[in-house]
Ligand binder design. Structure first.
Ligand SMILES: C[S@@+](CC[C@H](N)C(=O)[O-])C[C@H]1O[C@@H](n2cnc3c(N)ncnc32)[C@H](O)[C@@H]1O
Length: 268
């Protein structure tokens, strides 16, 4: 279709359904341009590898792993586990429980886990599918050191927990405004100078940034921490790692720095 007729067709579609404008305004192409203007120093897309972060670690047992739709990558859970060991984390906090897969992966490596999610009632009122709601906490229910918290992360009273955290995993609502709000609200709850934040879905796939989420991360974190925000190779995660580390730049189609050997065990 010619450009002019395409433009007319798009204009008519937007007149009929104005919400379609959001698809344009929230497109990753536009967000990338906006991100480059707002955070020029982050444009080099600093990425760290497993072997840089964990030079001594070779084996990780990712369990449970559902291989179901919407699940994180096995490397995302491996990252969380290895971080817990490396920083000797005792207290873990996450936004976004869903099946409880991430928190169940972390639980064996820390003393206390807190996981916050919208309550089942609220999700029901939002019109979400019952079968989806029923899958919440599937893996985490009953794990002794996991506390399930219910509420909207935007309005949750985190100070009421009287706790600070070694590792915070942000994996709730991935819209920019929500990531920004979750990040700025939780940053003050990092326990000490070694404490870490991991954001999920900062990439669309392991080689492609997701600017919708990156924008929220950079907007939510204090300016002086920006130099220590990295993407993590082979995962969908970004990390606030409060030290300088050797990094490469995220460029598509480069040779992998690490290759993984996966053995599958099927459990019923
Ligand atoms: C991507 S899933 C989390 C996956 C989980 N971390 C895992 O690995 O198994 C996101 C979850 O965040 C929850 N969520 C979305 N918006 C939220 C909000 N504003 N407050 C709390 N939870 C929210 C959703 O109900 C959903 O269960």
């Amino acid at each position: 279709m010619k450009k002019v007729s395409k433009a007319i067709k798009a204009f008519i579609a937007i007149l009929k359904k104005p919400y379609l404008l959001n698809a344009v305004l929230n497109s990753e192409e536009l967000l990338e341009l906006e991100f480059q203007v707002l955070f020029p120093s982050a444009n080099e897309k600093k990425q760290i590898s497993f072997s840089t972060l964990f030079p001594l670690e070779k084996d990780v047992n990712v369990y449970p792993y559902s291989f179901l739709s919407g699940s994180s990558l096995a490397t995302d859970f491996a990252l969380l586990q290895l971080l817990c060991k490396k920083i000797e984390a005792e207290d873990y906090f996450e936004i976004g429980t869903w099946r409880g897969e991430s928190v169940a992966n972390v639980a064996p490596y820390v003393k206390n886990c807190f996981t916050l999610n919208l309550s089942d009632d609220v999700m029901l009122k939002k019109g979400l599918d019952k079968s989806y709601i029923q899958m919440h906490r599937f893996y985490s229910e009953g794990i002794k050191n996991v506390t399930h918290l219910f509420g909207d992360s935007k309005y949750y009273d985190y100070s009421g927990l009287n706790k600070k955290f070694d590792l915070i995993f942000i994996d709730g609502d991935h819209h920019t405004e929500s990531v920004k709000s979750d990040t700025s609200m939780l940053f003050p709850f990092l326990k000490n100078e070694k404490s870490v934040i991991v954001w999920h879905d900062a990439k669309l796939d392991t080689e492609t940034c997701r600017y919708e989420v990156l924008m929220g991360i950079y907007q939510g974190m204090p300016q002086e921490t920006h130099k220590h925000i990295y993407l993590v190779e082979n995962t969908l995660c970004a990390i606030y790692w409060p030290y300088d580390l050797a990094f490469s730049k995220l460029v598509k189609n480069t040779s992998p720095e690490n290759t993984f050997d996966i053995q599958l065990r099927i459990k019923k």
